[in-house]
Design a protein around this ligand. Sequence first.
Ligand code: SF4
Ligand code: SF4
Length: 204
Amino acid sequence: MKKLTPKAAYRKLASIYDRMVDQYSDAAEAIGMTCNGCHDNCCLSFFQHHTYVEWAYMWEGLNQLPAERLEEIREKARIYVESAQDSLNRGERPHLMCPLNIDEQQGICGLYNHRLMICRMHGVPNLLVKPNGQQVQFPGCYRCQELTDLYEADGRSAPVVNRTSLYKDLVMLEMQFVGKNLRQFPKVDHTIAEMIVLGPPRFR
Ligand code: SF4
Ligand code: SF4
């Protein structure tokens, strides 16, 4: 398989992200869901990301920020990593604001165009069929679940985003981005804060 240049890989990733956004919008629109006035904020959720290509693309966005802003984000990320570890040591799930968020009240992403796949899919019901055939279902966020119940009260079925093909394309792109030595590198399993503290992924 031919290895892609980073720029070519980023273009492909942006196009996968665009497809995600379209599918998300269709599903959200059908049930009348928006994030306006949300009292929860999914940027407080603790979750890991799993691809080098998304990690590198996030850094492509970070590197376009003014130096002072980037340093601010790095500092927030360092604090996040320490606080998350403290919570985990106490046996608690961390509940911390993502260091890329720029407005806790309204949940505004400070790196919107470069945000990762899981950030783009959090809200609406979606499903993934794994290569072993196992189907994993996600019901969407609390607001989406309330709206889905209302929508389905009169017998209709709310749309569910099937992200299997998006996921497959992302896996393929990961192989094209890292190259044939992908299996020799550690598996990616990092929060956004960890990806910031670690810096861009390195392959040597
Ligand atoms: S990257 Fe943006 S959308 Fe994702 S958790 Fe952080 S602030 Fe929220
Ligand atoms: S996706 Fe759901 S939980 Fe996240 S900000 Fe929007 S309404 Fe709130």
